[in-house]
Design a protein around this ligand. Sequence first.
Ligand SMILES: N[C@@H](CCC(=O)N[C@@H](CS)C(=O)NCC(=O)O)C(=O)O
Length: 184
Amino acid sequence: MRRPPECDERRGAAGLTGLPDDPAAAGMAEQGSAARPLPLRFWQDGVARLPGSIPNVQRQLMTRAILDETHVHSAIRETIADYHADIVREVQAAVAANDVVVVGMKQNPFPKRARKALDAAGLPYQYLEYGSYFKGWHPRLALKMWTGWPTLPMVFVKGVLIGGADDLRRLIRSGELARMQARK
Ligand SMILES: N[C@@H](CCC(=O)N[C@@H](CS)C(=O)NCC(=O)O)C(=O)O
């Protein structure tokens, strides 16, 4: 079976912020076509933070634009808030109850890859599946709007979104996943 075009790995989502191959990790952020330096400092854990922030406090720079509620008409705010809110709550509950959660979908090879990596590392996880390439687009969109992560799988470790399959494998390889898990 031919893989859907969005499944081309070269079009995959960017890696975890703070990793060496991420432009943000080099202290740059894309703005339009020009790269603009950001006042970031890099701590031993490889995470970029604004100067003055304390390493063990999760105050990481996010440049994601979110439309402010004051710029959303009051008549549609509830529609936005309620958009597949049951699915979002379901994932939130799983993330609260399990150290590792993989949110995936049928057919997509990346959730399979994430699960295989966790199985190989002997790490237990909760798996939730929403639809396939042919169905379940709307609930997945709600999860994407909630997390800001544009693809599946979404992998959570100790309540933290760590990205997709590639990011997970990187964290397993570097030993960071084990360190995250060891944290109380
Ligand atoms: N680099 C990502 C790639 C994941 C990816 O690109 N997933 C695509 C399908 S192959 C996806 O989620 N598409 C959105 C959707 O169908 O809802 C990873 O390692 O997880």
